[in-house]
Design a protein around this ligand. Structure first.
Ligand code: DON
Length: 577
């Protein structure tokens, strides 16, 4: 079945929906109550009984669906999709980045894999400061020093080794093919290249590949990446060691070091993904499986949901009245995040105290339903709008599921493509607190617990989740968006489990609070006047910004259908085998 564009509010399609989709989409549930139309249009949705992949690029979703059709399980499809994204979605898909995945096996076991990048051994607390003790502008984002030790290739290989079914070579093959044969550049990729022109064109190989004749590749252009195809072929044939050791690793490291970076071959050879115990968060009959540290997802989702339980009971859905409570809970959760969280393997993080039920209940009780509580500190810089990460969701009819978020951090990472390898480098070092009081790309001002330490993982906001209801899988979702990821996931989760169709929940306008700065971010054109007025009346300061997040989600419907929804804010699409 082909993806069908459908109205996110009414369930009626402009293109004509097949009947099953009309039934699945429902009538938009409580969206009207929250005020405001879906500001970016309709989710792209698809329904199937055979399996589902949703990602940021149609070609990548199709790669995953092809693997499901060939008998692969959800892990095989997720790994194939992630590799394909490294080819067709260079904004965030990657070989030299990192990420997290939460996986549910058909027997109900839920696992979490952390393949987050680490600080190189020669990295240090003050590495981004100049002689005057101040941060050197853009050193942690646009330079070779910004590159953290990549984790994706070993991460995908470890997930596949433990949980995959098809041969590794077969799973990597679609990506290699896309790189070798080429794909058509989308309008969105062309626009993103133009927006990141300054970052990208400083690097010779990036200019050669993506800015032929000095201009960004146009929508519709065929992009072939023979060097990346060779790197993928090596990985397919020889396994992940072809990337982490030997001449590929040597070449990557030589490039980074020749531009002043500190990444070494020992760092790459020594990188190890880590299986973690997923956070299991109860909210009424729902259980949310989320990433623990070094992601802040588990702490934020647990804190916000516990506070909401106190402030509004176990209500489902999200309406105008509950938005104030949600934003206040977010304010409190982010205050803890920014003050106390870092890599729990390298620093002492008092999670037990922060998340003690009595403390969360007290936080919830401290929310005044009539007034915004001012954040103690204000004035940090605002989150920028052009950053990219990417989330993919996979589900199989037997209850298998993968929720995977991966990133280079900023859009196109640090912008550098390594000559001969075709691989873009990350700028994940910026997720560390690079100096006291200094905001990162996402406006987050973080504490010394998250400062650069050799081998440490920078604190993340990436929040791939799997939601169950009474032991049955219900929802798989995640999003890009830096600091806005957990609050995006929360809004879609509350809507989709509160009676709205998945398409509505994904398309609906989003709001965000992260404690500092003390403002409510509102998508331009999103949130109706009634909601804005009710927030202003309670003392919130509203600030408009561009789109928040790009959710790629799957719902398990009671009748055995899987519904995939791709966010209208991006160009992603669902695909089925
Ligand atoms: O791990 C993090 O929280 C960030 N590096 C994620 C970056 C991101 O989501 C950019 N996307 N829009």
């Amino acid at each position: 079945m082909q993806p069908t564009s459908s109205s996110s509010r009414s369930g009626r399609s402009r293109l004509g929906l097949v009947p099953v989709l009309v039934a699945l989409l429902g009538d938009g549930g409580g969206l009207a109550a929250a005020g405001g139309d879906a500001p970016y249009g309709d989710s792209r949705v698809l329904s199937s009984r055979r399996g589902m992949v949703v990602s940021a690029a149609p070609e990548a979703s199709k790669a995953g669906a092809e693997i499901l059709a060939a008998g692969g399980n959800a892990i095989d499809a997720a790994v194939a999709t992630a590799f394909a994204l490294a080819v067709v979605y260079p904004q965030a898909g990657n070989l030299a980045g990192g990420g997290f995945l939460v996986a549910r096996s058909p027997d109900g076991t839920v696992r979490a894999l952390d393949f987050r990048e680490t600080a190189p051994a020669r990295a240090g607390r003050d590495m981004f400061l100049g002689h005057d003790g101040r941060p050197v502008p853009k050193a942690s984002t646009n330079t070779a020093l910004a590159v953290a030790t990549p984790g994706s290739v070993r991460g995908y290989a470890e997930a596949h080794r433990r949980l995959g079914r098809l041969p590794w070579e077969k799973v990597v093959a679609p990506a290699e093919r896309l790189a070798r044969e080429g794909f058509r550049v989308s309008v969105g990729l062309s626009r993103d290249l133009a927006e990141s022109r300054e970052l990208l064109t400083r690097w010779e190989e990036t200019r050669r590949l993506l800015f032929p004749r000095g201009e960004p590749l146009a929508g519709g252009a065929l992009l072939r990446q023979p060097e990346l195809a060779s790197t993928l072929a090596r990985i397919a044939r020889e396994g992940p060691e072809a990337f982490h050791r030997g001449d590929v690793a040597a070449r990557l490291v030589a490039f980074v070091q020749s531009h002043g970076g500190v990444l070494s071959q020992e760092d790459l050879a020594g990188y190890a993904p880590v299986w973690r115990v997923p956070e299991e968060i109860r909210y009424g009959r729902l259980v949310v499986h989320a990433m623990p540290l070094p992601s802040s997802a588990g702490q934020i989702l647990r804190s916000v949901l516990a506070q909401l339980e106190v402030a509004r009971g176990l209500a489902r859905g999200l309406d105008a009245d509950s938005y104030h409570l949600l934003l206040e809970a977010e304010r409190r959760a982010y205050a803890d995040r920014n003050r106390w969280l870092g890599d729990g393997d390298c620093s002492v993080v008092p999670l037990g105290e922060i998340l003690a039920p009595a403390r969360l209940a007290a936080l919830g009780a401290s929310i005044d339903p009539a007034r915004a509580t001012p954040s103690t500190s204000v004035g940090a810089s605002l989150p920028r709008e052009s950053e990219e990460t990417t989330h993919l969701s996979v589900a199989t009819p037997d209850g298998g599921a993968v929720s995977l978020t991966t990133t280079l951090n900023g859009s196109f990472g640090n912008g550098a493509i390594v000559p001969g390898l075709g691989v873009l480098l990350n700028n994940e070092m910026d997720d560390f607190a690079i100096a006291p009081g200094v905001a990162n790309l996402y406006g987050l001002v973080q504490a010394s617990v998250n400062e650069v330490r050799p081998g440490a993982r920078p604190l993340s906001s990436m929040s791939p989740v799997i939601v169950e209801e009474e032991g049955r899988p219900l929802l798989i979702l995640g999003s890009p968006g830096g600091s806005t990821i957990p609050t995006t996931v929360l809004q879609v989760l509350l809507r989709a489990t509160g009676g709205e169709s998945l398409a509505s929940a994904v398309a609906a306008p989003r709001l965000h609070h992260q404690h500092t700065p003390d403002v409510v971010f509102v998508e331009k054109g999103g949130a109706g006047e009634a909601l804005r007025e009710s927030l202003r009346a309670r003392g919130h300061v509203l600030m408009e910004r561009g789109p928040i997040g790009k959710v790629h989600a799957i719902a398990f419907d009671r009748d055995g259908h899987l519904t995939g929804a791709a966010d209208p804010r991006g160009e992603g699409a669902p695909a089925a085998p």
